[in-house]
Design a protein around this ligand. Structure first.
Ligand code: FMN
Length: 210
């Protein structure tokens, strides 16, 4: 698949077929993550591949509990619902209808979850010049995007999921305190065809200096 087709065609999936994903496809997703850029090639990421029904159900219940109690703590990023971009032809009514449909029930049916864990210390130790403690997050984000595109290129749907209580989920996944749970990448065969939430026009986002 052409890279632009993968980029444009990728959508966030919140419904999956109850069909397992071939381990080779999961391996390619992990390899794509490994090839992401990182500060001084520090590769400040680790992955936990979760396919068992019991841990997936537990993760779903931890997220649902967090949603009920509002205890979402995700390293400075507060995610509530997918917000469709107001493209020129989308009315306010349609937008509120779209956002009201978000439910965490789909988590129970995600065939593969890949927890992405960031290691701040890797970057600090390896980059001699500017010892940024933020670099690992950018690198993990690049790795995640590679994973989503690798899923798309293999006919799989994916979701970058962060709506969880990072403390509770890190304890469940045995993530040590000096590492940070960045996201859960949900992967599976698409159970529906999500509509594109659109994007704002490039004109609003680009400034050129000739
Ligand atoms: C950092 C980040 C966190 C996100 N967290 C969630 C999440 O917790 N739940 C969810 O359903 N979607 C989540 N998303 C997906 C966005 O809602 C989605 O990318 C956006 O609405 C655009 O839709 P698209 O991916 O189909 O183009 C997240 C995306 C990013 C980049």
């Amino acid at each position: 698949m052409d890279v632009f087709d993968a980029i444009r065609g990728r959508r966030s999936h919140r419904a999956f077929e109850q069909k397992s994903v071939e381990p080779e496809k999961v391996d390619l997703i992990l390899e794509a993550a490994q090839w992401a850029p990182s500060p001084a090639n520090s590769q400040p990421w680790e992955f936990i591949v979760i396919t068992g029904k019991a841990p997936r159900s537990r993760i779903a219940s931890i997220s649902e509990e967090a949603g009920r109690t509002g205890s979402i703590e995700i390293h400075g990023y507060s995610y509530v619902r997918p917000a469709p971009y107001a493209s020129d032809d989308t009315s306010a009514d349609e937008l509120s209808h779209e956002t009201s449909r978000y439910s965490l029930a789909f988590l129970e049916s995600v065939p593969v979850m890949i927890a992405v864990v960031g290691n701040p210390d890797t970057v600090v130790q390896q980059s001699s010049a500017r010892k940024s403690r933020e670099g690992y997050k950018y690198a993990c984000a690049a790795a995640i995007q590679n994973m989503l595109l690798a899923a798309q290129a293999q006919g799989l749907g994916s979701l970058w999921f962060t709506y969880f209580d990072a403390g509770a989920l890190s304890r469940f996944l045995n993530v040590p305190e000096d590492k940070h749970l960045i996201a859960l990448v949900c992967v599976g065969y698409p159970g529906s065809t999500p509509q594109s939430p659109g994007r704002s026009s490039l004109k609003q986002k680009v400034r050129r200096m000739d």
